[in-house]
Design a protein around this ligand. Structure first.
Ligand SMILES: [Zn+2]
Length: 210
């Protein structure tokens, strides 16, 4: 198989819906995007590893690698998009549309488009001149639970020397992007009767102090 042209890859990625949402009715598998990437990476001589997430069935991570040895360059991105509000779109979200030298489509910038750029750039490299491994990482569920990244973090042998993450930063390279961390505090109260409130414990009051 020959690698499709840049715009054709871009179009196919946008045409493959992969919405992540916390509401089950909107949540989708990212399998079709992973499938496209796996095929194209193999065409470029990469060894591809696709893994279904343990904690999110129907969602997949992909790691593709070309070249042996330690270090190397990783090109990383997420395969999912946020849901969309149809009434606010002037274009079909699943069709890459060009207007005024700009491309529109759900995930065109954040960030399925990144993979089209990466694959196109790699196709222009001479594999024989490559002296360190190149890895492509494509994760699931970045827009919601980070389930894909959490499972990748446990990978035993993924230690690139450099990593480029294709998140949009207004065309300005950013060294270390913002991350995000969440935690949860659970307060359990004790039910009581209004005749003797001292014997109960109001979780809301304690949460207020927290
Ligand atoms: Zn993103």
């Amino acid at each position: 198989m020959k690698l499709p042209a840049f715009m054709e890859m871009y179009q196919q990625l946008i045409a493959a819906p992969s919405i992540s949402a916390l509401e089950d009715s909107l949540n989708m598998s990212n399998q079709n995007v992973i499938h496209l990437l796996a095929q194209w990476c193999e065409t470029l001589g990469f060894t591809v590893e696709v893994t279904e997430l343990e904690h999110a069935k129907g969602k997949y991570n992909l790691i593709a690698r070309r070249g042996n040895g330690d270090g190397g360059l990783m090109l990383a991105g997420h395969t999912d998009t946020v849901p969309f509000d149809d009434s606010r779109w002037q274009f079909d979200p699943f069709k890459l549309s060009e207007q005024d030298n700009k491309l529109y489509g759900l995930g065109s910038i954040d960030m399925k488009g990144f993979f089209a750029f990466v694959l196109n750039a790699i196709s222009e490299l001479d594999e024989l001149q490559q002296n360190a491994p190149i890895m492509i990482l494509a994760t699931a569920d970045e827009e919601t639970t980070m389930a894909g990244a959490q499972e990748i973090a446990k990978h035993p042998s993924l230690k690139p020397a450099r990593c480029i993450i294709g998140e949009p930063t207004d065309m300005v390279p950013v060294f270390t992007h913002k991350g995000h961390m969440t935690t949860a505090i659970r307060i359990v109260g004790r039910s009581g009767h209004s005749s003797d409130p001292e014997r109960g414990l109001n979780a809301i009051e304690i949460m207020h102090q927290v």
